[in-house]
Design a protein around this ligand. Sequence first.
Ligand SMILES: [Zn+2]
Ligand SMILES: [Zn+2]
Ligand SMILES: [Zn+2]
Ligand SMILES: [Zn+2]
Length: 295
Amino acid sequence: MSAWRTESCEQCGAAFYVREDWDRPPRYCKSCREERAAKWYDKSCRHCGGTLRVCVDWDRIPDYHKECAWTEKPCEICGYGIRIHRGWNNPPRRHKECRASVAPKTVSCAQCGKLFTISTGTQLKCKENGWDLPTRCQECKHDALLIKGAVGALRDTFRVPLETTIEKRGILFTDKVAVVRNARTGDVLAEVTMSKEGCFSTKRVAVATDARSGDEIARTRDGHEGNFVQRRTAETCSSATGDQTHTTRMAEQGVFVRKRLAKTERASHGEDSVISRVVKRGWFFVKKVIETDRE
Ligand SMILES: [Zn+2]
Ligand SMILES: [Zn+2]
Ligand SMILES: [Zn+2]
Ligand SMILES: [Zn+2]
């Protein structure tokens, strides 16, 4: 028979008996032991449903086993796994570094020089489709059809194939100007500049001027057509008469490689329509040129 000795409870300090031959003598008195035991309970793991033993004193009561809590999901950008805790309400869909790589970017517009922002959504869409990031601001993108419409109508004024480049003008306040040349001789025939019209809701308008006389030739404004699906068009009116002379629409051409181009048609039908397409020129310094000629 081994002897009893007293120990003091680690929780309340009261003395209690332990036998000397016990390998692991209790650290608490009986009442503290019971109180502590009552604090433990079982719950089921929200992932595997197995038993999870938890204590009310814990700062955070887990919902999962340690080995059940973490999972991996592919990152939306790079496709590699992201460690995700099953308990997170809004688990991340992208790695931190990947997210930073598509943070909104502010760049200067290749045409007008104004700063514009490329959103994360746009960057992701470009990545997904293998497209280049936009180089032009929203306004320049909107102006493109008006400029092509204005140049398409000029083909009937000058009666030669045209070549147009969009250039920046001014040092402090840059503005773009479309310089229209005779495609054969390179002579500058006309200029198209962007302006605004209207008192309450201003609208952008492309104004074509004769390079030699400085006279305004025509104005090209936004138009729409179609009943169910509205399509944007560009409507050109003669500055001399005010009458609408041409309508320009975007179209696609080509069977294997679809190319976007602008098609300008006379209001009074007759002869072929005029096609304006953007082509790249040059090997070292690639420049975009709008070629305009009869179909
Ligand atoms: Zn105690
Ligand atoms: Zn589990
Ligand atoms: Zn990633
Ligand atoms: Zn721009």
